[in-house]
Design a protein around this ligand. Structure first.
Ligand code: CA
Ligand code: CA
Length: 295
């Protein structure tokens, strides 16, 4: 069955106590209308990001209850398509991002998107739509949609685009899936800590893997397996993603730790997703291996 969730059905946290806004069956398709990271409040170059949105940032549309999903199951969210709105925004926040000390004032630029091409003044570049925030409700305390963790959340992994499958743990009955913070484009590192933020419509198919849940998010594209990490530092986040990948190599290839560890050093890329505001936001990373090696 196909469903559509309106853009105003949002939450700013992954939280098991939230009332679901939609119930679906495994195998159903859902189109999530998503707000941009500032809940649609940035409409012109004069709208600077000098104060937080009162409700929070990175709203996730949902949560969606998946009937029959139980703790220990896996939730597979296959991204079928991402339709972008006709404009998004880039911005600088005073004193923030990787170049915080050089960012002396606020600036915003509305970026029209026409036929898959972003228009930054006279410059043109192709969009690479991705979902920044996707996750399930954790068993414990609620987690803000600004953060990432074992439940998913603000991973800002640019491989989470059309065709990708995001495998998420189910920690509470019904999983309580939420999704948002689409970027029309985002470079690794998210240097200012603001991607090309844009409203979108994300169509996904949701499946449940009975009793076969991962403990952490695992992303799958046509060509790659991608583990994820987050932490207070780049090293901590890289260690987590790499450790997940070595576990995957051990499990899928039947290797002992030392073999998987040495192999990882030859064939796995550890890459930065976002590394902009250690402390205030998580650093997130990914580790990537080819499916040619690991079926
Ligand atoms: Ca994000
Ligand atoms: Ca964002």
């Amino acid at each position: 069955m196909d469903h559509r969730l309106r853009r105003d059905r949002i939450a700013y946290r992954f939280d098991k106590s939230l009332e679901p806004v939609l119930e679906i069956d495994p195998g159903d398709r859902v189109t999530f209308e998503t707000f941009d990271a500032r809940t649609g409040t940035i409409r012109s170059d004069e709208d600077i990001l000098d104060r937080p949105h009162p409700a929070g940032s990175n709203p996730a549309t949902g949560p969606v209850l998946v009937r029959g999903a139980r703790p220990g199951d896996g939730l597979c969210v296959e991204i079928e398509s991402i339709e972008l709105a006709d404009a998004g925004f880039l911005a600088v926040k005073k004193g923030e991002g990787l170049l915080a000390e050089r960012a002396g004032r606020y600036a915003t630029r509305i970026v029209p998107v026409v036929d898959g091409v972003a228009r930054f003044g006279d410059l043109r570049f192709p969009v690479l739509p991705m979902v920044g925030v996707v996750g399930t409700a954790p068993a414990g305390e609620p987690v803000s949609t600004s953060f990432a963790g074992p439940h998913g959340g603000n991973m800002d992994n640019k491989h989470v685009g059309p065709g990708a499958r995001v495998h998420l743990p189910v920690a509470v009955p019904g999983a309580l899936l939420g999704l948002g913070d689409v970027h029309a484009a985002m470079g690794d590192g998210e240097i200012t800590f603001i991607g090309l933020e844009i409203c979108a419509e994300v169509t996904v198919r949701v499946q449940v893997a009975r009793g076969a849940g991962t403990k952490r998010p695992l992303v799958e594209t046509a060509d790659h397996w991608i583990t994820t990490g987050e932490g207070d530092s780049l090293a901590a986040a890289a260690r987590l993603a790499a450790g997940e990948m070595v576990d995957l190599l051990q499990e899928r290839l039947g290797l002992g730790f030392e073999d998987a560890y040495m192999l990882s050093s030859a064939v796995v890329d550890v890459q930065i997703c976002q590394c902009c505001e250690p402390g205030a936001f998580p650093v997130t990373t990914r580790a990537v291996v080819s499916k040619e090696l690991v079926p």
